[in-house]
Each structure stands twice: as C-alpha cells, then as structure tokens.
Design a protein around this ligand. Structure first.
Ligand SMILES: Nc1ncnc2c1ncn2[C@@H]1O[C@H](COP(=O)(O)OP(=O)(O)OP(=O)(O)O)[C@@H](O)[C@H]1O
Length: 271
C-alpha cells in the first residue's frame, strides 16, 4: 500500500489515458464567483479504476463535468489519449446518480440506443443487447419499461447502456448512491465482477470510503473546496475481490483508516 504522486505514477506506467493538469473551475454565483476546483492535477491510466473521495461540495462532480465537457474550464487542460479535450468529447461514458433512462423505451431499447447511433447492424445489436442484459443480471426483463423496474434494475439498465457505448473512459458520479444498502452492495458486487472482466478505465466519485477501497485500484482524496488532490492511495488488495469479504481484511481496515485521516487532515499515527 503506497501513497503515490501523479508524477510517480506517470513515470512508472507510461502515458496516462486521462490527464488533468492545472484545472481551475469557477462558477458565476450570486453576482460573484465560486471557485470549485483550483490547480487540480490527476492522471488515470489505461484500465485503472480510480475512486475519488472528498468532503461534500469539494468539487468532485464538477471535476467529472469538466472532463466530460458539461462545464467550461476556467484554466488548465484535460487530455484523453494524448488529445486535448474541448467541449463534449467522444469516448467518455457517463453514469450519474440519476439513471436518465428514456421512459418510453423498454430496457432493451434503452440499451440499443448507443448501438443504433453507432450504426451497428440489427443482428449484431440483438446479440450485444442479449449479452449485456445477461451481464448486468437482467435476463427476462429486457421488454420491461423503466417504470416497471426497481431502482436497482434501472441502474443496471443504465450500466448496460454505458457498456453498450463502449467508451474509453467511464465517469461515474455516485452511481449507486440513491439505492438502499443491500441493493447497493449487490449491484456494487456485480459491477466489480463485470469491471474485473472488461478492465475499463474508470473514474468513480463516491463519498463512501468503504466503497472506494472495495472497488478501486487507487483512491484519490480531494481537499475541501476549492478542490485539489491532497492524497493518493494504491489499493493493494488482490483481485478478484469479493465485496462481502474484502471489508474484513486487515489491509482494507488499515487503508480505510489512512484515507479517513487524510480526509479529516489528521496526522498518520507514528506506530
Ligand atoms: N452550477 C453551479 N453554479 C454555481 N455553483 C456551483 C454550481 N455547481 C456546483 N457549484 C458549487 O461548486 C462547488 C462544488 O460542487 P460539486 O457539486 O462539484 O461538489 P461535490 O464534491 O460533488 O459535492 P457533493 O459531494 O456534496 O455531491 C460547491 O460549492 C457548489 O455549490
């Protein structure tokens, strides 16, 4: 378990998939300006799962919105696959708290949407949809409309739709936040198993340190607003991980404590 700086990570692993440098973001608010992010640097490598934690209002969502072009950067750069991003980029998939499904389309047709936009042939669409429905544990529910599905099931459809788009980077903002604890744990476990199979690059915002350590390869801690990176922790827990067991390991508890102390600006114990 080591705390690493972005510079150390970059040297050790080659060019990052996603690189944020000197990011500053100010919102106009009440005739003044709110600085949400200040001088933020972050690298995410190909196939890496990075969880972002920080105090409420520190700018976590703002960072994801800046990467996905939903808000305009005041200063700094976001580079994906070596290309500087401006506006809404291709190759970035979003999964936010709100599942944003189209209510007039069945689960299957919601998942079909990115495939149709990409011009995938009908037969291949059907094959991919069946595969994705099964991968997210929704076999038998493809013909249901969002209103006929539970919150957890809708989240699974939204996840399948992002997977269908096959983005280079997944940006996830507390995607399982609104679910009850048990549903959340189940969907996290399924998502983790899925991710361990597909190995996509993920930047995942959560306020839950346990969720961050359970899922991620690296946990990035942000300061209070204006948000910047104040700590990075490699999660040295072997994969595949079993969500229900991983929390009881010593490695998990130690790392959890270190991250909690960083969040609360408390010094590390000396022994
Ligand atoms: N559209 C906006 N206009 C003005 N200020 C905004 C806007 N969106 C966010 N902010 C402010 O920017 C700061 C960062 O907000 P953001 O939602 O990114 O934080 P967060 O870390 O995701 O918070 P939480 O953990 O509570 O969801 C906050 O002070 C917020 O009030």
């Amino acid at each position: 378990m080591t705390a690493a700086t972005p510079a150390a990570g970059r040297t050790a692993r080659g060019e990052p998939k996603l690189s944020v440098r000197g990011l500053r973001l100010e919102y106009a608010a009440d005739g003044g300006r709110t600085t949400a992010l200040h001088d933020l640097d972050l690298d995410v490598h190909e196939g890496e799962f990075v969880a972002l934690v920080g105090p409420s209002g520190c700018g976590k969502s703002t960072l994801l919105k800046a990467v996905s072009g939903l808000v305009e950067k005041t200063a700094g750069s976001v580079v994906l696959d070596g290309e500087r991003l401006e506006g809404v980029p291709e190759g970035v998939g979003l999964l936010f708290q709100n599942d944003a499904l189209l209510p007039w389309r069945t689960a299957e047709d919601n998942i079909r949407f990115p495939l149709a936009v990409a011009g995938v042939a009908q037969a291949e669409q059907r094959r991919r949809i069946a595969e994705l429905i099964s991968a997210v544990g929704l076999t038998g529910f493809g013909g249901h409309y969002p209103r006929q599905l539970s919150g957890g099931m809708r989240k699974r459809v939204a996840l399948a739709r992002v997977l269908a788009a096959d983005p280079g980077v997944f940006l996830m903002d507390e995607p399982f936040g609104p679910l009850d604890a048990l549903t959340r744990e189940r969907i996290s476990a399924d998502f983790l198993a899925l991710w361990e199979r597909v190995g996509k690059t993920v930047l995942f915002v959560t306020h839950d340190i346990d969720e961050a350590v359970t899922l991620a390869d690296r946990v990035v801690v942000m300061s209070a607003r204006p948000g910047r990176v104040i700590g990075e922790y490699d999660v040295d827990i072997p994969r595949p991980r079993a969500v229900e067991d991983v929390r009881f390991s010593d490695a998990f508890r130690r790392l959890r404590g270190r991250i909690a102390r960083a969040l609360h600006h408390r010094a590390e114990p000396t022994a």
